[in-house]
Every structure is written in structure tokens, then in C-alpha cells.
Ligand binder design. Structure first.
Ligand code: HEM
Length: 153
């Protein structure tokens, strides 16, 4: 009985779920597009310098207080909508979207690993490397938004 009331409430407020989902993905994307920019500057900063130590604080706060929570909220509201609307799982455009989302989450994991390397003054990659990786979330975001809005498949 309680389950039914909750489901009815969520279905009646489906557009609120979608709105919070979109707010969360905007925050997630903002962080994913900004963090590798900090890595590009961090590569050039002298180890132990004031700039390097400041960038470490910025990277840690960006990841912990914006990117990680935003990803979790995007998954929760996206997952809730899929739970309420399981037919979406049959859609080829949703398959492509979720594949791109899984790749985006893997890139998130790489960014977190590289942040730890910078924190230990053990970065192994060049400025050019991070400039390339900066483009990957952009490409995935374009695929995701086109799939879920235009639904070309
Ligand atoms: C994190 C895992 C994600 C899941 C499980 C998920 C799932 C969903 C679902 C089920 C919908 C509702 C579709 C409908 O009812 O019409 C939706 C809408 C949407 N999603 Fe996601 N999504 C995720 C991540 C993302 C990401 C990373 C982006 C953007 C980069 C994104 C952008 C959107 C947009 C723009 C809509 C609204 C589409 C519309 O109403 O026209 N989603 N998502």
C-alpha cells in the first residue's frame, strides 16, 4: 500500500525528478569540464610552490563538494525515472545514452586518480595529455543530450 502511494507521488511529480536530474547533470558537467583545466595549469606549477598547493586545494574541493555529489544526485534522479518508466530501457537511444554515461563515470574515476597523483606530487602526464582528456566529457555530453532529447535511434 505504502509503495503504491510513493510511486503515485513520484509519478505525479515526474517533471520535478527530471528538473533535479538536469540540475545535477549541469553541475556534474561543469566540474568535469573545469577539473582537467586545473590539471593543465598544475603540470606547469613547481612542486611545493604556493601555486601547486593552492591548485591541490581547488582540485580536492571541486571533486569532493561538487563533482562527486552531483554525479550521485544525477544517478539517483535518473535511476528513479528509469524505475518509474522501465519501458525506457527498451529504447535504443537510452542504451546509447547509458553507455555514454558509463564511459563518463569511468572518466570521472580517472580524473579522481590523477587528482591523487597531483596531491602526492607524483603527476606523470603532460599538459597536452590533460588538454586532450578535457575534450572527452564534452564529446560524451553531446552524445548523451542528443540521444535523450532528439532520440535519433
Ligand atoms: C547518471 C546516470 C543517468 C541516468 C540513469 C539517466 C536517466 C534519464 C532518464 C530516465 C530520463 C527521463 C527520460 C524521459 O522520461 O523522457 C533522463 C532525462 C534526461 N537526461 Fe539523463 N540520465 C543520466 C545521466 C545524464 C547525463 C550525464 C546527462 C547530460 C550530460 C543527462 C541528460 C538528460 C536530459 C537533458 C534529460 C531530459 C530529456 C528531456 O526531457 O527531453 N542525463 N535521464
Amino acid at each position: 500500500m505504502m509503495g503504491l502511494i510513493v510511486t503515485d507521488f513520484l509519478l505525479a511529480n515526474y517533471l520535478w525528478l527530471k528538473a533535479f536530474h538536469i540540475i545535477a547533470v549541469i553541475s556534474w558537467m561543469a566540474g568535469m569540464l573545469y577539473l582537467p583545466r586545473l590539471y593543465v595549469y598544475h603540470v606547469k606549477a613547481t612542486k611545493g610552490s604556493e601555486l601547486s598547493e593552492t591548485l591541490k586545494v581547488m582540485e580536492r574541493r571541486l571533486l569532493r563538494f561538487i563533482i562527486n555529489p552531483a554525479m550521485i544526485v544525477a544517478f539517483v534522479f535518473g535511476g528513479l525515472m528509469l524505475w518509474l518508466n522501465p519501458d525506457l530501457f527498451q529504447q535504443p537511444w537510452m542504451h546509447t545514452k547509458l553507455t555514454a554515461v558509463i564511459l563518463l563515470t569511468a572518466v570521472h574515476g580517472l580524473y579522481a586518480r590523477w587528482r591523487k597523483q597531483f596531491e602526492r606530487d607524483a603527476n606523470q602526464h603532460s599538459e597536452k595529455f590533460y588538454r586532450y582528456w578535457n575534450e572527452v566529457p564534452t564529446i560524451l555530453m553531446i552524445i548523451i543530450v542528443v540521444m535523450v532529447v532528439v532520440r535519433p535511434l
